[in-house]
Design a protein around this ligand. Structure first.
Ligand code: BG6
Length: 486
């Protein structure tokens, strides 16, 4: 099956941090895929910007290597690669100095197209870059600014970043990326919930016993220890990706897919999260840090060795969250994420309640809906059936299994492909609004503060295991258990 491709309007994308890691791994490969699909108009330009002086040919060499490393060979048509490289340009400008900005403005004024300013830089540069763009008249009618997470380190700093950007760009022109929202299966969650009449009547505390959201990674901090140590799993994954997933599971049906309609509903969920702070963090949260162990079949070192310094930064978090509203009263949402766990799995498990009265000798197992976000994207609905054949009424728990790879013979586009083109189209549905980011910090801050105030360091876990034993106890205390990646 081929996907429908509608070309976007002509645009110039300016990537600040153009020769950085995100540009290499995600932005350039995503743009290339859209180019190969015929979605980029011929006049599309991509301008890399950074403080370093890089020539156009050097940037093209950098981009060619990025495509070789991050685009499958079968998708790398040499003619398209050359066409793509021709779109690239580079210039040097420093967010904190004047040089280069007039030249950028001059190049952008040459055309009356859409301007996308993508800030793939450290967050400290968000405000200075936005200010320069404003000062050079580049924040006009057709301009959009894209910010990568993290937006701030806590509520106060997020407020300051949002305020600084908001002075230059109106909210409709600000695109805060949470790349999880661009993942195909995350959007499928909305389709599953709101394009099927089947689930919604059951989607309440009356029928759902608990919800589990797991985002586990096999990787360690991979040379990002400098950044990671200032963030930790809570800021790096929970404040954004995991809370966004929780919102999509728990929100009311929006009236439409219009950006604000969806974002209003997500915001209500964030505001309904019950507070966790010094009074209950010890019962409701577990933080861990990996020690040396094994991962992907090889020995790996511990976090502190990778960092080369002592640290209390968590590389694993498990939380028992609750949403204080009518729909979800009393339903625990178990959230867990970590580095150096046994597998790379992102999934949402909706565990239904048991039947109210069993007529069978063998008690039926409760239904479970598993939405696998990655890898092996798909949906499984676990049902009870009669074990076929004679021998009495024996029951079996079996999955109704829909694997996207088997059902749809198509490449699963990377989240960045959709998100970047949504920016060009001016569609903010899959981006975080200012108040969402701030509400997420409002819930996260007291947890981080409680940890900082506690004398207990993160609990150690051996790399390649599912985190500290206390994470298991978190569910077992409630008479429940984590659903194994299934
Ligand atoms: C990023 C985090 O936002 O998401 C990384 O900063 C993490 O630490 C990554 O590895 C996970 O993304 P994905 O798409 O590989 O699940």
């Amino acid at each position: 099956m081929t996907s429908r491709v509608i070309p976007v309007d002509p645009f110039t994308l300016v990537v600040f941090g153009g020769s950085g890691d995100l540009s290499r791994r995600k932005i350039l490969p995503a743009l290339f895929h859209r180019d190969a699909a015929g979605q980029l108009p011929p006049e599309t330009r991509i301008i890399g910007v950074s403080r370093r002086s890089v020539s156009r040919p050097d940037f093209q060499t950098f981009a060619r290597a990025a495509l070789t490393d991050h685009v499958a060979e079968a998708n790398r048509d040499p003619a398209v690669v050359e066409r793509f490289l021709e779109r690239l340009d580079y210039l040097s400008a420093d967010a904190r100095e004047d040089g280069g900005w007039d030249e950028l403005a001059h190049r952008l004024e040459e055309r009356d197209d859409i301007k996308v300013f993508y800030l793939a830089t450290t967050p400290e540069l968000f405000a200075p870059v936005a200010e320069r763009l404003g000062a050079h008249g580049l924040a006009g009618r057709n301009s959009r600014i894209v910010l990568e997470k993290p937006i701030g380190k806590n509520f106060a700093s997020a407020l300051a970043v949002n305020a600084a950007i908001g002075k230059v760009f109106p909210e409709e022109a600000i695109y805060r990326i949470d790349h999880y929202l661009g993942k195909e299966t995350v959007q499928n969650l909305m389709a599953l919930r709101f394009a099927n009449a089947l689930f919604e009547p059951l989607w309440t505390a009356a029928h759902i016993d608990n919800v589990q959201i797991t985002v586990s990674e096999e990787l360690g901090v991979e040379g990002r220890a400098g950044y990671y140590d200032t963030a930790g799993a809570m800021r790096d994954m929970v404040q954004n990706h995991i809370l966004q997933l929780l919102c999509l599971v728990a929100m009311e049906a929006p009236t439409s897919l219009a950006a604000d309609s969806l974002r209003d509903e997500k915001l209500k969920v964030l505001k309904s999260l019950k507070r966790i702070d010094g009074s209950n963090a010890a019962q409701a949260t577990v933080r861990g840090q990996y020690r040396a162990g094994a991962s992907a079949g090889g020995a790996v070192t511990g976090y502190l060795d990778e960092l080369g310094a002592p640290s209390n930064t968590e590389t694993f978090v498990a939380i028992r969250a609750e949403i204080g509203n009518w729909r979800w009263a009393g339903v625990p949402f178990y959230l867990r994420t970590g580095k150096r766990l046994p597998a790379r799995v992102s999934e949402i498990v909706v565990q239904f309640r048991a039947v109210p009265h069993s007529v069978f000798e063998q008690p039926p197992e409760p239904n479970r809906l598993v939405i696998r976000l990655q890898p092996d994207e798909g949906v499984k609905l676990w049902l009870m059936i009669k074990d076929p054949g004679p021998g009495g009424m024996r029951l079996q728990h079996v999955p109704l299994d829909m694997s996207f790879a088997e059902s749809f013979n198509t490449r699963n586009p990377d989240a960045y492909e959709r998100l970047i083109l949504d920016v060009v189209r001016g569609n903010q549905t899959l981006f975080m609004r200012r108040d969402e980011v701030e509400a997420a910090w409002t819930w996260v801050d007291p947890i981080i503060e409680a940890w900082a105030a506690s004398s207990e360091p993160p609990k150690p876990y051996v790399a390649g295991t599912w985190g500290p034993a206390a994470a298991v106890a978190l569910t077992e205390r409630d008479g429940r258990s984590w659903s194994d990646a299934s």
